[in-house]
Design a protein around this ligand. Structure first.
Ligand code: ADE
Length: 342
């Protein structure tokens, strides 16, 4: 334990400074206006690995569609994935859905209240359990996510690469405010997100700099190197045999693949086209910047020019938006539908 953090006065000062700063600077986010454990659960799962701005866009629509654990449990998986579209990391949505089904089946929709019980649900780890229990029920348990780890390492003066998880959890547990654990945990995450950032932390305006060991002398964290990749997608539409519907050919990724299983996407072209490109879309996934060239392909040419990525199907254009599309497919189709598919 860092010596200065064994002193009760220091700990009390740190907590008070952090909570005071949080009160003055907290962002007004929709999940901060509720104590409903289900809504908080949804927000915390969405916030893992996803930017706050992207979550704000999706959170309210998701809760409007699935307002309770039971509503979520009863929904078909494809509909849950469709509502998740754009947030990425679809495994999180599948696990949330599965856990909601466990809650609906075992406790008739009543969520467990303690962190320990919450952790027993599929997909709920220590972080999510602590966040729900502390924010919704004021259980004094500490949240330790990536941002909090960094804040703790800097306050304690530990090398981030050498700090062991157990040590970090012990320190977080010592530090958490017993009376306002939810606010304290959110304040730590918020501090990591907007002040104690990986690069260029704002130590001059940090509320806890007085008790921080590394103040301004952080180690710079290397940004992951972005790489570019060009790919081609086929836009294949036809008039439905019956009626006036326009249909589009989409493929469903196999359920067995690890990346985005079960989601729908445009077929991939064998070769990246350099002419007759209808639109070019840029899309980043992790550290890859994709440049996606989308070409019109006639039905009779489709098999010849594409590689089969999954089970293909003709889908009426009007139902496509409600489907579980990959983020890229949604982006492409939005652009094309906005420009009206002919
Ligand atoms: N990151 C994940 N959950 C958060 C929360 N509740 N407040 C601030 N940042 C977060």
């Amino acid at each position: 334990m860092a010596r200065h953090l064994t002193n009760m006065e220091t700990l009390a000062r740190l907590r008070a400074a952090l909570l005071g700063w949080y009160e003055r600077n907290r962002r007004d986010l929709p999940w901060r206006r509720t104590r409903d454990p289900y809504a908080i659960w949804v927000s915390e799962v969405m916030l893992q690995q996803t930017r706050v701005a992207a979550v704000v866009e999706k959170y309210e629509a998701f809760l409007a569609r699935f307002p309770t654990v039971s509503a979520l449990a009863m929904a078909p998986e494809q509909e849950v994935l469709a509502q998740w579209s754009g947030l990425g990391y679809y495994r999180r949505a599948r696990m949330l859905h599965k856990a909601a089904q466990v809650v609906a089946a075992t406790t008739r929709g009543q969520m467990p209240t303690t962190a320990e019980e919450l952790r027993a649900l599929p997909g709920i780890g220590g972080y999510t359990a602590a966040a729900i229990a502390s924010i919704a029920h004021k259980e004094p348990v500490a949240v330790v996510d990536g941002n909090v780890e960094r804040v703790l390492c800097r306050i304690a003066g530990w090398d981030a690469n050498g700090a062991h998880r157990r040590k970090l959890e012990e320190l977080a547990a010592r530090l958490v405010d017993e009376l306002r654990p939810g606010d304290f945990n959110q304040a730590m995450m918020e501090l990591g997100a907007i002040i104690c950032t990986p690069r260029n932390p704002q130590c001059l305006v940090c509320p806890v700099s007085e008790d921080c060991k590394t103040r301004g002398e952080h180690k710079t964290v290397a940004r992951p190197r972005m790489v570019s990749r060009e790919v081609g997608c086929a836009l294949c539409v036809r008039q439905a045999a019956s009626g006036s519907d326009v249909e589009i050919f989409l493929e469903q990724r196999p359920s067995t693949v690890s990346v985005m299983p079960g989601l729908w996407e445009l077929p991939s072209l064998r070769e990246v086209p350099d002419e007759d490109v209808r639109i070019t879309v840029r899309h980043a996934i992790m550290n890859v910047n994709y440049v996606v060239r989308v070409c019109d392909v006639r039905e009779e040419d489709l098999a010849k020019v594409t590689v089969r990525g999954g089970e293909g199907q003709w889908i009426p254009l009007r139902v496509v938006v409600g489907m579980a599309l990959t983020g890229l497919a949604r982006k492409v189709l939005k652009r094309i539908i906005a420009g009206s598919v002919s």
